[in-house]
Design a protein around this ligand. Structure first.
Ligand code: SF4
Ligand code: SF4
Length: 205
């Protein structure tokens, strides 16, 4: 039999008197390290419902569900698809809308027991009914732009509504869309149509 090397002998003796590296979980609660990447969680206050986290998620673990009839957007995090990469947290536009927690023991019978959700009100185009964005996101952009926000009709309307100022353009769009509708809540596609149809009318004249 080969004699043990000195280094191995030293390690064997040291390990006899040192603490084990593994934890005693599940018999004792495990405390994850500071940089541990556990189950992500939305922050209702900080999330504005932009959907950027869903776009960067490599495993499609974040679902963006728009319910047009209820003017509602729901963001749903599915832990069974999540790979805990942290891209959602890194790319969140508000820096805190979603954060990885230290929760690691995710066991469940039904997935509904562990999915995390956040809800937002959506703004629809008054002409075609398509989704423009969430109200909170629009206000967040307006706030970021400061005075520059007054040059964009949707942002301007959102600020006026927040301030409780009644806009003189309150009345709804009556099809066909015209140049006068550009100050109403319309999506970029309808805004373009409004400008083009106006140019065509000018050409005819
Ligand atoms: S604010 Fe952050 S968490 Fe909320 S939808 Fe946008 S990227 Fe996702
Ligand atoms: S941690 Fe990664 S996989 Fe999980 S939701 Fe965030 S981006 Fe998607």
């Amino acid at each position: 039999m080969k004699k043990p090397k000195l280094r191995e002998l030293k390690e064997a003796i040291t390990s006899l008197f040192s603490k084990p590296y593994t934890t005693k979980f599940p018999f004792e609660p495990h405390k994850p390290s500071k940089r541990f990447r556990g189950k992500p969680k939305f922050d209702e206050e900080k999330c504005v419902g932009c959907g950027a986290c869903a776009q960067v998620c490599p495993s499609n673990a974040i679902e963006v569900k728009d319910i047009i009839e209820e003017k509602k957007r729901i963001l749903i995090h599915h832990p069974d698809k999540c790979i805990y990469c942290g891209q959602c947290e890194i790319n969140c536009i508000t820096d805190g809308g979603i954060k990885l927690t230290d929760q690691f023991d995710i066991s469940y019978f039904k997935s509904e027991e562990v999915i995390d959700k956040v809800e937002h009100e959506i703004v629809l185009c008054e002409n075609c009914g398509s989704v423009i964005g969430t109200k909170k996101h629009i206000l967040w952009v307006a706030n970021k732009l400061g005075n520059l926000a007054y040059s964009q009709p949707i942002l301007l309307s959102a600020i006026q509504e927040k301030l409780g100022i009644v806009s003189e353009y309150e009345e709804k769009v009556i099809p066909p869309i015209q140049r006068t509708d550009i100050l109403k809540i319309i999506c970029p596609k309808c805004r373009r149509i409004a400008f083009i149809s106006d140019e065509k009318i000018k050409e005819k004249k």
